[in-house]
Design a protein around this ligand. Sequence first.
Ligand code: TEU
Ligand code: CA
Length: 587
Amino acid sequence: TDKHAWWKEAVVYQIYPASFLDTNNDGWGDVPGITAKLDYLKDLGVDVIWVSPIYKSPQADMGYDIADYEDIDPSYGTLADVDNLIKEVKSRGMKLVMDLVVNHTSDQHAWFLESRSSKESPKRDWYIWKKPKYDEQGNRQPPNNWAMILGEANSAWTWDETTQEYYLSLFTPEQPDLNWENPDVREAVHNVLRFWLDRGAAGFRMDVINLISKVQEFPDAPIKVKDHKYQPGDKYYANGPRLHEYLKDIRKNVLSKYDTITVGEMPFVRDEHEIIKVVGATSGELNMIFAFDLVDIDNVPGDFKYTLHNWDARDLKKIVNRLQRLMLERDGWNSLFVENHDQPRSVSRYTNDSDEWREYGAKLLCLMQTTLAGTLYVYQGEELGMRNVPTSWGPEEYKDIESINFWKKYNEMYPDDEQKLQLGRQILQKKSRDNARTPVQWSAGPNTGFTEEGVKPWMRVNDDYKTVNAEAQIANAKPSEGTLSVHAFWKRGLENRKMHKDVFVYGDFELIDPEHPKVVAYRRWSKDESFVTVLNFSGENVEWTGLGDVKVAKWVAGNYDETDLDQKATGSTIELRPWEGLLGTVE
Ligand code: TEU
Ligand code: CA
């Protein structure tokens, strides 16, 4: 079979619209703001743009709570603005991917308003309603012990006074879960896909798509996290019994009639059989998924997200190797990403974001991602090496519902414990989703060019915008000293990936020196060419002797001064400086 496909080679750029660019000066990014930057994206090397939800929404979870799938939220613009965006995207040879959030709707969606109106409502069964339980004292309790995902100390069930039942709301009470067991729900979802494909969308990023089928007995989850009443229930709602049936249905009824790109967000799943069922070459489900292994690397395994966990290059290699092999040996496909709107900034998380090392770290990660197999996803600002919010910011700067819930609960749990609260603030700064949601830094001007002077952006601009911004980096694209800006490095990296796509997109993969605790290295090759990537994931000098029988012909790119790159030794000992990354050709 021909393994080539446009969606495998594509570079996808994720836009978080509220923080991208504000064109009507209300402090909130908008659809015309995306259209205004298409030339910037085209120039960077982007083929596909994925826009996080812009549909009508009360914004309880920044648009991941949709009140109308077929209309745009006025804060972002109008349907006409989207039509124009699609037209402009296409005229540049690019494509637009919509965010499909169909595990749940907003509690303000007409379907839910109808469903909650009475037990006799024809839409009652469109959501998941259950009778309460009662404990020994006769107190009302939710139907089971599942924890809410965006506020892990709370129940996943919300009590409804009117009809005296609970509804399942895995993320927040404002996001009731749809009941996919009901064929009318599935049909309604198919229609949402058709609506956007007919309008010119090229595909979907499917939000938590592996949560749509729940174990219908709704059993209590095993106790994993001590001192918590409610527990992670993913065992019973992630990759549930009918998931593959539902996905195959979507393919058969809708996707097979269009030429699309589809990526399913799939938290919790680690099982390779489960993944291959979705993304195998002949599976007929989705093109690829977002696996969470890399972005969960610093969570205590099995525990909730707001924990800190040490890791080193060996852990990273294990993950990379597993996901690369899954594609190559089992004929599947996957995505490559280290950032999105739910994750801290990669330069802060995986490298060192101090002024001294930030640029090296950002380029190191760029070298890694542009030389691995998979469809590459770049998150807005990643191409500039944007960092996490400053440690000096107080909790009041955090706007995400998950951060707010965490901080509130933490204060309830440790009211007078200064030390604990200090730790809580540290975790918030390291882990919160707000880190990725500060406005994109376009310039050193007022409000970093995100919005007009004098307007208050919905989220505070990162303090470092005077030095970290697109304008400065574009101006610094060809400095005489031999180092490129992070932006220029990304642009060249994407060009290089496309120029050698037989190697970097489709080629073979082999890890080198898997047990080294600091160096991540691998070889990529096609029948005509062979490359080696060497990445020092540490802030120390490393004398690395792990090349084995791989003979480097020439170093062709690196994140240090490149003017004397051809003088760098290619022998069996490589002197790696802190956070140094190299790409070489192999003899
Ligand atoms: O996220 C699903 C999800 O489980 C995680 O990415 C989650 O945000 C993270 O583990 C919490 O720390 C998707 C969206 O990307 C996210 O923005 C939404 O909040 C969520 O679904 C609900 O729609
Ligand atoms: Ca605006």
